[in-house]
Design a protein around this ligand. Structure first.
Ligand SMILES: Nc1ncnc2c1ncn2[C@@H]1O[C@H](COP(=O)(O)OP(=O)(O)OP(=O)(O)O)[C@@H](O)[C@H]1O
Ligand SMILES: [Mg+2]
Length: 225
């Protein structure tokens, strides 16, 4: 067994219960991801991609199997320990940005640090750096309804980077964008991976997005193809 990888998922199975029926959705997935890798998981709708990403991100538990982070078995942690693990080590990006509408762009970026207990003053500089990295300094005071789809997604990426995570987990990050904005987000991911040595796992059914990634795994019916 090699669990020196940044992430090592071993024989992950997930069944959903529908009344008396059991629906197997992940059927024994193994995955190793090294630090600094940019991985794209490609599969058609219903293949089990989001289910797997949620398990890798400890937002859901597998029916059986283990997920190790730097050799540590994550599902032995308590819920509180997992919440703080996610806050410290993982950044999530979803198809819909999930920005909080009553906060400005800059405040949304700060949110993970604020949740971790930092004051506004303590995290403002980092948030400003990130908004600049996204090229959106002039949108700092805009509320989510005052930004375009691509801008909101870049703010969501900045928010995911706020705590300097080890891994970015993205679920259809370009699903809601036109081709030009989708390409910008894709370039941004690959640039971040190179410059910050970030580990990135993106799931998508978009072959165009997948094509640029150095590592692609294809999933079908809860298994690797
Ligand atoms: N909570 C649940 N209860 C029952 N079935 C579920 C549940 N969540 C997902 N499923 C089923 O599991 C299968 C895989 O779902 P999942 O969301 O992982 O697919 P996906 O590959 O992300 O698809 P898409 O590209 O459409 O987002 C689907 O057939 C779905 O209906
Ligand atoms: Mg999905």
């Amino acid at each position: 067994m090699n669990n020196n990888s940044l992430i090592y998922a071993k024989n992950i199975r997930k069944n959903f219960h529908q009344g008396k029926k059991e629906l197997p959705v992940l059927k024994g997935i193994d995955l190793q991801v090294q630090r600094g890798e940019a991985l794209c998981i490609l599969g058609s709708s219903g293949a089990g991609k989001s289910t797997l990403l949620h398990i890798l991100g400890t937002l859901d538990t597998p029916s059986s199997g283990q997920v190790y982070f730097q050799g540590e078995n994550l599902f032995l942690k308590t819920d509180d320990e997992l919440a703080s693990f996610r806050n410290k080590h993982l950044g999530f990006i979803f198809q819909f940005h999930h920005l909080l509408s009553e906060f400005t762009a800059l405040e949304n970026i700060m949110m993970p640090a604020r949740i971790a207990g930092l004051s506004k003053a303590e995290c403002q500089d980092r948030a400003k750096e990130l908004i600049e990295l996204m090229g959106l300094t002039d949108r700092s005071a805009h509320y989510p309804t005052e930004m375009s789809g691509g801008e909101k997604q870049r703010i969501a990426i900045a928010r995911a980077l706020m705590q300097s995570p080890d891994i970015l987990l993205a679920d259809e990050p370009t699903g809601n964008l036109d081709t030009a904005n989708g390409n910008k987000i894709k370039d941004l991911f690959l640039d971040l991976q190179r410059r910050l040595n970030l580990t990135i796992i993106v799931i998508t059914h978009d072959q165009n997005l997948a094509r640029s990634f150095p590592r692609i795994l294809q999933m079908k019916d809860g298994r690797w193809l």
